[in-house]
Write a protein that binds this ligand. Structure first.
Ligand code: TYM
Length: 321
């Protein structure tokens, strides 16, 4: 099967990105034909500073590689290196109804947060549909927040087929891991770059430790059992704890006697055990930008070969070229 997914370089990689998406990207590499890209054109809807954009792209590329995406097994590329993607976006735009985009939660959420929406933000799901449809992907591993965008992608493909009377695209299925579909942030809301509640994977240890120690908890005294329901700390411990440590986590909540501070220290230990090796690798990759660039350009060349026949079909279907 063909797998595709992407991450926006709109901030530093956080553990929600990893458990919700990138961990699945890595696992799928051994069995499927995988395409993973950096959605830099999407990130332009929020990051509008060239220097920052360049460094975020570099960091995300190093993060992908450090976390185990392997250019020998997967095609890794930058969205902006495939001019076919904005071309397809336009063809798809002309068969997409305004109402479909107006119903999108992520757009409505951003507006509710006070973001003054630009047209790019409104049209975001069409660009995403182009990313997915252009490689004829069957499966798209994502967190739950992207589920509606996958439905929109299928609707747009179906609409193109209805308008032009030809079945060109593969209708993709989302692949969502239920237990980590929504990783909570330090305030208990969905972890998100735009909410400022993330625990980052890379970068200096001290601020990460501080973030973990500032996870919001209730005021249950140390000696009492702690409520699991609605506890972001509990959810994160469950996600991180190795199998043999899970009884300790359950016991710490159910039996009492363990304070939240101690649990947070444990969470930080699990964090370092999970990401220690990737964090060292990341520092090496950040010191070798030429190698990272080479990998992305080679990936883009492979991706362009894949998309060429589909783009020919699409152009023929719409009567252009
Ligand atoms: P982005 O960059 O916001 O996030 C990247 C991936 O991380 C997942 N994720 C989470 N999963 C669980 N819990 C969380 N708190 C959490 N936060 C983020 C996201 O669901 C996503 O899978 N629109 C996409 C990028 C994109 C894309 C695509 C994805 C552009 N084109 C084509 C798939 C296919 C986005 O903004 O993801």
């Amino acid at each position: 099967m063909r797998v595709l997914s992407g991450v926006q370089p709109s901030g530093t990689l956080h553990i929600g990105n990893f458990f919700g998406a990138i961990r699945q990207f890595v696992a799928l590499q051994s069995e499927h034909e995988c395409y993973y890209f950096l959605a830099d054109m999407h990130a332009l809807t929020t990051v509008q500073d060239a220097g920052r954009m360049r460094s975020l792209v570099r960091e995300l590329a190093a993060g992908y590689l450090a976390l185990g995406l392997d250019p020998a097994r997967s095609v890794l590329y930058r969205q902006s290196d495939l001019p076919e993607i904005p071309e397809l976006t336009w063809y798809l735009s002309t068969v997409t109804s305004m109402g479909l985009l107006q119903r999108c939660h992520s757009f409505k959420d951003k507006v509710a947060q006070g973001v003054v929406p630009n047209h790019g933000l409104f049209a975001y799901p069409v660009l995403m549909a182009a990313d997915i449809l252009i490689v004829r992907s069957d499966l798209v591993p994502v967190g739950k927040d992207q589920k509606q965008h996958l439905e929109v992608t299928r609707d747009i493909a179906a609409s193109f087929h209805a308008v032009y009377g030809r079945e060109i695209f593969t209708l993709p299925e989302p692949l969502i891991q239920d237990d980590v579909a929504v990783v909570p942030g330090i305030d208990g809301l969905k972890m998100s770059k735009s909410y400022g509640n993330t625990i980052d994977i890379f970068g200096p240890e001290k601020p990460i430790r501080k973030r973990i120690m500032s996870l919001v908890t209730d005021s249950t005294p140390v000696e009492d059992p702690k409520p699991r329901e609605g506890s972001a700390l509990y959810q994160l411990l469950k996600i991180f704890a190795p199998v043999e440590e899970r009884p300790w986590v359950e016991g710490a909540f159910d039996n009492g006697g363990v304070g939240y501070g101690e649990m947070k220290k444990k969470l930080f230990e699990y964090f370092l055990a999970t990401f220690g090796a990737a964090r060292s690798r990341y520092d090496e990759l950040m010191a070798d930008p030429a190698e990272v660039d080479r990998i992305l350009l080679a990936g883009a060349a492979r991706a362009r070969e894949t998309v060429a026949p589909l783009m020919d079909d699409v152009r023929r279907a719409v009567g252009i070229r």
